[in-house]
Design a protein around this ligand. Sequence first.
Ligand code: PHE
Ligand code: ZN
Length: 849
Amino acid sequence: MKDASPQTIYLKDYTPFGYVVEGVELTFALAPEATRVKSRIRFAPNPDATDRTFFLHGEDLTLISAAIDGSPVTPTLTEQGLTCEVPDAPFTWEAEVEIAPAKNTALEGLYMSNGMYCTQCEAEGFRKITYYPDRPDVMATFDVRIESDLPVMLSNGNPGTQDGGVAEWHDPWPKPSYLFALVAGDLEARSDSFTTRSGRHVDLNLWVRPGDLGKTAWGMEALRTSMRWDEEVYGREYDLDVFNIVAVDDFNMGAMENKGLNIFNSSAVLASQDTSTDANFERIEAIIAHEYFHNWTGNRITCRDWFQLCLKEGLTVFRDSQFTADQRSAPVKRIGDVIDLRARQFPEDQGPLSHPVRPESFQEINNFYTATVYEKGAEVIGMLKRLVGDEAYDKAVALYFERHDGQACTIEDWLQVFEDTTGRDLSQFKRWYTQSGTPRLSVEESYEGARYTLTFRQRTPATPGQSEKLPQVLPVAVGLLSPGGEEVLPTQLLEVTEPEQSFTFDNMPDRPIPSLLRGFSAPVVLERESDAAEQAFLLAHDTDPYCRWEAGRGLARGSLIASVVDGADPDGAWLDALRAVVTDPALDPAYRALMMGLPTQSELAQALYEKGITPDPDAIRDAVEATVRATADRWADDLRGLSEEARVAEPYAPDAQQSGKRALGTRVLSLVSRLDGGSAAEAQFEAADNMTLKLAALGNLVRLERADDALAAFEAQWKDDRLVMDKWFGIQIMSAPAPVAVERAEALTGHAAFDWTNPNRFRAVMGALVSNHAGFHRADGAGYDFLAGWLARLDEKNPQTAARMATAFQTWRRYDDDRQAKMRAALESLRDKPKLSRDMGEMVARLLG
Ligand code: PHE
Ligand code: ZN
């Protein structure tokens, strides 16, 4: 990293702002090209600060007037904000600025989406609305007045006067500016209510554009379930009279937890049987919960600075995964999270973008809303809970809420409540927050005279900016099985804290078989000399659902790697052992579906790379396809029965049970379509009464290049539904045969409905290409040039979404020299572009390393 850049911000440089804000009043006169924002802010000197520089952030604002205590002032304006002489005592700051929401394509600050006004202020968007100390440790109450002729005008908190043309909102809870929100438009609501357990009546509204009301039932139900769950499990109640959710079509992220006014990407809230898959329903339920849970973990207790982002995000992701585990199947959720972590966080931590869960520096904070901060951050909380135990966890979290309500906190505050509750010293554990990289844990065993010994060794490879690594606290959940498959030692938690550490188990009459890292108790790479016989044994007998699944994964990985490297046939013993699990009617269909999944091609590329073998994307694709075909042949006699089992007789419901059956059916259909040329898929496409089955069928038809009619019919039916059309765009590229994927993507960018300034549509196309591993990594570099060209174009309009998509290049050093050279060239062409955004500039510099 180039520290020379003047814009790098460091955690170690934190100082409090020189003033406290005692209250904010805002008045918005809305107009697309010229919205006027008046602010009236009461400041007082901050007794905890030494630096009294009065600097207010402000970007892309036209200052109309400014006054202090009623007298006009002339502040000094810069690109980033303003400074001004101010009294050495409490004072009132007033300013009026003009902004142009209709011209705001970055979707940060106040912008327009389909004729509707909306805001996005996290992390640093409020400074595009008015001059303000736009930092999370400045908390204040907000009173907002909105003037326009639009029928619905919303802001944070509780409603005040709502008269023709004017709406007032009062938020009694002090909050940082990043939680500010405003929405205005021609909207309709699904309304409901909730009574908190202490008796507060809360009006709930889910606001959508006219026409979308039919897709709001699921989101509303998820909200009510989340509210109840947070009361029951964390003792947290809602604290306002209304809770509003708004669906917005143009949104950079999934959703945003603004106080009392959550704003959602419509893809993260709107759902119906016809238009959404089971996976969409589950994701929506989780995101609604996530944003709602932020009300306590994020809003009531917020972050001191953006380096502490994991304080709210890691904890809230952990809470939403607990919630999903409770609503659905805990083991299935856990395995899904592991798959996701390995697909998104491990590559990040193993490449040029690796950073600690709590980063120490950044240029653009938007680049740090990452899988490391969110998902690894959640894993860290999970480890803490395992280490201290469930009861101590509950006590510590209760103390956190009690001690820090209303404050802007740090990771130190969070760890302190655990130290105070348990008396434990967490200084070594804290390395999970400060040290980047994925720890490798190797295991050796010995058995002598009824004594069984496990010896662990840990090391973390060097990462950018951190060459030396210290040992971490690794909670390793272990069970031991007898050769007959009995559990001789139920799950124990071993704490590996040393570089090398042994644990002994006495009185073992037979050499036990270890079941290691149960429940994926730490986010590490477990390095163990793969022993197919042991993995087959665990696949058949392990009582821990994660380890059982992982045993199957290990065998799959071994078989696939042998196919790639030596052209070996798929491992028949593995397929037979797997068949026994997959056809076991006693097991949950969702779990069986997970068992049928293969590692992704990108994951296999990484596995090869770590073995010192340069991954060839075409060879990997061929090996995967050969393996799927061999599976279909070998299981041919079971497929009909499995399809029967996967059939749902009841009316459609997106619950865990039905979704699990359909997930199993989808796996089976993909095998069947290897044998029947696609006729079952065609029949399913015709007959399907829900999007899950429809899209699964369509994917197979696209892969088999017999989807023309189906795609045309699908488009005709759904051309007016943006979310469904995102699926239509994506699947044609994602499921396309690799050699034609780039051309498909290119052709689709010429389609009239390819509105590339809409982040969902842009991602539907670009993300789909990247997920087609061999297609994106085509040897001639066409995929790289295509993506880089579009990133350059989008960067001018929407830096945040463009820079995020650039992470597709983070694995570039894995591949052969030729591909590396082509990816480097694509990145350099981006780097050398004039007027690159700060987001993209930092991203490309880090990627090039
Ligand atoms: N804070 C949001 C969440 O995790 C994510 C987000 C970040 C949304 C930045 C918009 C902008 O729930
Ligand atoms: Zn969040």
